[in-house]
Design a protein around this ligand. Structure first.
Ligand code: UD1
Length: 416
């Protein structure tokens, strides 16, 4: 298993181009299962999670070709089972449930287990499918769902769920009648997916708001779609520039998508300006401690909480990080403390007292965003940081070490 070796202390300088968003590409690739004919998707990031979803789709009998532009021909599907082996490596595999039941009348998908950031149930996905007439049972660790044809329904989500909204929005496309999703998640990735579904013949209004209306159609046909830029990847490089006192142009991501982060960086005394195709982030005038609270979009994203904690860890003063989306998303704290950070966790809050400097150390990644946090900590720390279990990073960041190296960081991947 590879390791990342980081020698901290370099100010990041230059330009970084943001790749396509993992969290948009996954549901978009899955949406091809709803369609007769061929779909082509552009700007797909090259990531482990994309390889996993491609395997999953191939397993149902679809033909899949290409990398950055991926062609899927799902004309003939001959299997409706997503095995434990695939689902356990990527929880988002549950996204195939809705489309398979809608198109094939049946699906058998391994129930995702817990993960490093909490229990993460899928009860709301299942309840919504039942409300649309599916018979849902749990057997031998698998979710089995059946419906000769799903029917439109009004679904109220108790909690805003991103993949839950996407799963049911896809299922509703081929249902009989109209489905209304209330308290739907509003993430831009959902809007991106809805645009692709509409190009395939779906009738959807309201994506990006709390109420999404889908009028079912009898069939959908393959179409072209483009994956939006990865706002979490963009945010990670923006925070990198801020904490190292650097000057980085982050290109290819609409600043609107990282609005909450921009506001917080400015509050912390970082200079952020809009430039053509992106933002320029300059640090160097000290970091004021700030408080952050994670919320569903357009609030501060939980997927940037760990990375932002590094900024607070080297800021001046005391900041509070409140995590409201996942119950156990502070796994990175213990590792940051090993690097000299001063952090106390109390329930859903982390109290971070800035220290003059972090110190390099051997650390271990526990999940995707925690890994990104530890890379950032390594970049700003004095001395050498050795990050192991970096397969988490490869799930969600395209060639991270190359992008950071091009900005002047001393970071390299070595076989362990
Ligand atoms: C998605 C993102 C993930 C991000 C998260 C929150 C993808 C592939 N992943 O994950 O990167 O961190 O949104 O922005 O897009 N919940 C339930 N029951 C359910 C579903 C969710 O209780 O049936 C709870 C979850 O435990 C969590 C909250 O709802 O506390 C939000 O989770 P959700 O939006 O569903 O996260 P994911 O879609 O899994």
């Amino acid at each position: 298993m590879d390791k990342m070796i980081i020698e901290g202390g370099e100010k990041l300088k230059g330009t970084v181009e943001i790749s396509g968003a993992k969290n948009a590409a996954l549901p978009i690739l899955v949406s091809s299962l709803l369609c007769e004919g061929r779909s082509t998707f552009h700007n797909v990031p090259e990531l482990m999670d994309i390889k996993t979803v491609v395997k999953l789709i191939r397993g149902f009998g679809a033909e899949v070709k290409g990398a950055k532009s991926i062609r899927v021909d799902a004309d003939r599907l001959d299997n409706v089972e997503a095995s434990y082996d695939l689902v356990k490596t990527m929880r988002a595999s549950v996204l195939v449930l809705g489309p398979l039941v809608a198109r094939m009348g049946r699906a058998r998908v391994s129930l995702p287990g817990g993960c490093a950031i909490g229990a993460r149930p899928v009860n709301l996905h299942l309840k919504a499918l039942e409300e649309m007439g599916a018979e849902v049972t749990l057997q031998d660790g698998y979710i089995e769902a059946k419906a000769s044809r799903l029917r439109g329904a009004t679904i109220y989500f108790d909690i805003q769920t991103v993949t839950g909204t996407e799963n049911i929005m896809m299922a509703a496309c081929l249902a009989k009648g109209t489905t209304v999703l209330k308290n739907a998640a509003k993430e831009p990735e959902i809007v991106n997916l809805a645009e692709v579904l509409k190009a395939m013949g779906a009738r959807i209004t309201g994506a990006g708001t709390e109420t999404i209306t889908i009028e079912g159609v009898d069939r959908m046909t393959g179409a072209e779609g483009t994956v939006m830029p990865d706002r979490i990847e963009a945010g990670t490089y923006m925070i990198g520039a801020a904490i190292t006192g650097g000057d980085v142009n982050v290109l290819g991501c609409d600043p609107l998508y990282v609005d909450a982060l921009i506001t917080k960086l400015i509050d912390a005394g970082i200079t952020v300006e809009t430039i053509p195709r992106g933002v320029r982030v300059c640090g160097g005038n000290g970091i004021r401690s700030i408080d952050i609270k994670t919320m569903p979009y357009p609030g501060f994203p939980t997927d940037l909480q760990a990375q932002m904690m590094v900024l607070l860890a080297v800021g001046n003063g005391l900041g509070v990080v409140t995590e409201t989306v996942f119950e156990n998303r502070f796994m990175h704290v213990a590792e940051l403390i090993r690097m000299g950070a001063d952090i106390i966790v109390q329930g859903g809050c982390a109290i971070v007292k800035g220290v003059p400097a972090l110190k390099g150390a051997p650390v271990m990644a526990t999940d995707l965003r925690a890994s990104a946090c530890l890379v950032l900590a390594g970049l700003v720390a004095e001395g050498k940081t050795e990050l192991s279990r970096i397969y988490h990073l490869d799930r969600g960041y395209q060639r991270m070490e190359e992008k950071f190296s091009a900005l002047g960081a001393r970071i390299r991947r070595v076989p362990a």
